[in-house]
Ligand binder design. Structure first.
Ligand code: ARG
Length: 247
């Protein structure tokens, strides 16, 4: 009898904990989804923390709005579905605003621009985007680099990798002839791997923004208001300059 009472009390306590967790968590924590292999926007530091421009901007916005911030690392491919299903509150991942994505999610105001660039090995015969036809192009799966290259050069010429680092490793191994990726991560990858260079020609310029569920315009509006304040205060520039030193 005693045991049954004890078990009952334990179950009750557990149930209370779980309710509080679910309830409290939702109320005061914003869950951001990202893909943390995209330096300087998001990457994992030596202590295993997700850091970078997006992480700091999200933290500054959460602070302004009075939320805690939780950052979840996931496949870039899965971010929009996670936003739609509301398993995350928003995605911030150096994500480009595109018409197609706008059919699925709402985007915040933009906070940065990116340029798709081409990374090749020193001495490559690829000099401009026009030289890409017939070459094997490495991309991060589901990114704009992937979408544009598939459209322009055909599925057969594009090899998809789970992240930019793997695409660059494939270039180093000679499995692909070039990698098309956003310029700032490209600079980081080239710095980390001797014998690579970024072509002068820029492929496509784009705007980065945070993605929200179409049902959550309330949070989108709050996010935009906080973002505007941070821009006016010079805080966004400060964060970007910290990770992207002027050349
Ligand atoms: N800007 C590109 C896009 O939206 C690439 C973004 C990749 N971001 C990342 N965190 N891995 O498709």
């Amino acid at each position: 009898m005693k045991n049954i009472k004890r078990i009952f009390a334990l179950v009750l306590a557990l149930a209370l904990c779980v309710t509080c967790f679910a309830g409290c968590g939702k109320g005061d924590t914003l869950v951001m989804g990202t893909n943390a292999s995209f330096p300087p926007y998001e990457f994992v530091d030596d202590n295993g923390n997700i850091v970078g421009i997006d992480a700091e901007i999200a933290q500054a916005i959460a602070d302004k709005l009075g939320y805690k911030l939780e950052i979840r690392d996931m496949e870039f491919d899965s971010l929009l579905t996670a936003v739609e299903s509301k398993s995350i509150d928003f995605a911030l991942a150096g994500m480009t605003v595109t018409d197609e994505r706008l059919l699925q999610v709402n985007f915040s105001d933009t906070y940065a621009t990116g340029v798709q660039v081409i990374i090749v090995k020193e001495g490559s015969d690829i000099a401009t985007a026009d030289d890409l036809s017939g070459k094997v192009i490495g991309v991060q799966s589901g990114t704009t680099g992937d979408i544009y290259c598939t459209d322009d050069f055909g599925q057969d010429n594009v090899k998809q990798y789970a992240n930019g680092a793997l695409a660059v490793a494939a270039l180093m191994n000679g499995q692909v002839d070039c990698v098309v990726i956003d310029n700032e991560p490209a600079k980081n990858y080239v710095k980390a791997n001797a014998g690579l260079k970024i072509l002068e020609t820029e492929y496509v310029t784009e705007d980065y923004a945070a993605a929200f569920s179409k049902d959550n315009t309330d949070l989108l509006n709050k996010f935009n208001a906080a973002l505007k304040e941070l821009k006016d205060e010079g805080k966004i520039d400060e964060i970007i300059n910290k990770y992207i030193p002027a050349e």
